[in-house]
Design a protein. Sequence first.
Length: 350
Amino acid sequence: MIITVFLITGFGLLSIYSSSAGRGDLSNFKKQLIFFGAGLFLMFFFSFFNWRIFRDDPYLILILYVLCLLLLIGLFFFAPEIRGVKGWYKLGPISFDPIEVARIVLIILLSKYFSIRYAEMYRIRHILLSGLYVFLPAALIFLQPNLGSVLILISLWVGVLIISGIKLRHFLILVLCGFLLFVLSWTTVLKDYQKERILSFIQPQLSDPLKIGWSQRQAEIAIGSGGIFGQGFGRGSQAQYGFLPEPQTDFIFAAIAEEFGLVGVGVLLLLFSLLIWRLIKIALLATSNFPRLFATGLAISIFSQVFINIGMNLGLLPIIGIPLPLISYGGSSLISTLIGLGIVQSIKIH
């Protein structure tokens, strides 16, 4: 698993270096190297940290959960507004995104909750109470507004419910409630630019190619121009000349596809598949419910991010701003994911 993590992160560092060099500014690349170093340290630290403290100390989980809620609330008062979103604390030259920390804490909390209630999954109150744990941070994140991260948390919750043994009837009721909530949100909650992104995905021929449809078209051009073997490292015209927006974060997959082609993308997808398979294998080998649910929850979280990010790069999903785990620029996402992988390593070691 560690080798796979190094190789996946290496893809990200190469792409970030390439686009940074094209702009003549390597600051993001240097910061990502520091983030990776810090993340590796924490991953190894948590690898030798006995995971049972999370299973056996509910007060610690509660403290971490409340701390995450306070950090999310604090964004509305202390975070600068960047492109209409209050999603990051500014700490000198770097930014801190508490959403990524909340994602790992929620995996721990849901694993603890369902590990002792697996025999009572027929009780709908457990579904509702676990949904409340997810709803509180999800509502705060939605108000930033950050629809993409909300979908990741919901995917995580539903995935853990399925693994825990939710009844089919209850699952279908959840799907119906989710559909009704989406319809209600469309008329009362969603902002205009969020609606435009969804409509441009459903009817791309009607979207303005110079406005809301620009990012999607440039990503598809970049992916298509990569061909089989790519244009070569540092030679991707879309990313190098600034046509591709956010080539280091939301659309880093398109930048990788342009420079490394179908072969590079195939290797990257294989590495992600190996990582998720390894997480699932460790979950299957676990001898109790908490480690099994945690490893599975982390696998669901990583898979959801990969699926949504690549889907919106390919035009299969609307653009909602989800990073590609271990690859996209950003210390919060990288370090939090590595911490989660460290806990899984601890589960395997102990």
